[in-house]
Write a protein that binds this ligand. Structure first.
Ligand SMILES: NC(=O)c1ccc[n+]([C@@H]2O[C@H](COP(=O)([O-])OP(=O)(O)OC[C@H]3O[C@@H](n4cnc5c(N)ncnc54)[C@H](OP(=O)(O)O)[C@@H]3O)[C@@H](O)[C@H]2O)c1
Length: 243
């Protein structure tokens, strides 16, 4: 039986890395992002490397429930199942109490509503098949919120909260849920950070995390994985002095 996976935010960065990994594991793919050209490039490249893998692309805004409903229905019609959902699409905006209303709305729509929309449409498919894995790409900012990414952190705390609840809700259906909470990763999102690229977490580290999670036995459930960054941890100073 062919396995299948839906990955949002799959046109670059972490989502593209996970899509390439899952294709190599034999998963047919449904890839979501807004930009069609970049998605088409990823599809062509994966299908060239893995001729047995079918890649369906959905140039869809994850915050649009109507569009997500149609895309998930199309994917399920073609594949008949969804084994893995990776809720990875997300944006970052600068701002805490000073975040603009427009940026706050975009963060809420994409980072929270996007996760709800895909989960809302895919969970019934997984329940019916009696198995599945939902991976929610959260952030280290969901464990300790700090300015100037306070509004972004607000949305990732929400992702962890939703993950906490679906972890318990869906376990009886043999559906696992994990929030991955990484610190700074080398992608487009962090290209303007004052942070050397070679000291960032690599996309391959997140792919290795996904590989570890999906290969656990059926009785082992992992709710959260926090992936810290060496440079950030080294900068932490304790207020307690010891000789
Ligand atoms: N990079 C980091 O340091 C880091 C750390 C912790 C957590 N994360 C989280 O990891 C996830 C992926 O981040 P990344 O670093 O790979 O970001 P990225 O390189 O900016 O890629 C983001 C992806 O999401 C898609 N996307 C954005 N808005 C969308 C929407 N409304 N609907 C559908 N797709 C959308 C983008 O394509 P389009 O723009 O074409 O739609 C792109 O494919 C995000 O949730 C982010 O918050 C990142």
């Amino acid at each position: 039986m062919n396995k299948s996976a839906i990955i949002t935010g799959a046109s670059r960065g972490i989502g593209e890395g996970i899509a390439r990994y899952l294709a190599a594991q034999g998963y047919h793919l449904g890839l979501f992002a807004r930009g069609e050209a970049a998605l088409a490039d990823v599809k062509a490249s994966i299908e060239a490397e893995h001729p047995d893998i079918k890649v369906h692309i959905y140039p869809t805004d994850v915050s649009d429930l109507g569009a997500v409903t149609g895309a998930v229905a199309d994917f399920n019609d073609q594949l008949g199942r969804v084994d893995v959902l990776v809720n990875n699409a997300g944006i970052a905006r600068i701002g805490t109490s000073d975040v603009t209303p427009e940026d706050l709305q975009a963060l809420l729509d994409i980072n929270i509503k996007g996760v709800y929309n895909l989960t809302h449409m895919v969970a019934p498919i997984m329940k019916a098949q009696g198995s599945g894995y939902i991976i929610n790409m959260s952030s280290r900012a969901a464990k300790i919120a700090m300015p100037p990414l306070g509004a972004y952190a607000l949305t990732k705390y929400a992702v962890n909260g939703f993950n906490e609840a679906i972890f318990t809700e869906l376990a009886p259906y043999n559906i696992k849920c994990t929030a991955i909470c990484p610190s700074v990763i080398e992608t487009e999102m962090t290209k303007d950070f004052d942070f050397p690229n070679d000291e960032k977490i690599q996309v391959s580290d997140i792919v290795t995390t996904v590989d570890y999670l999906i290969n656990l036995g059926p009785n082992a459930l992992i709710k959260e994985v926090v992936v810290d960054c060496q440079r950030v941890v080294k900068a932490i100073k304790s207020p307690i002095k010891r000789d």
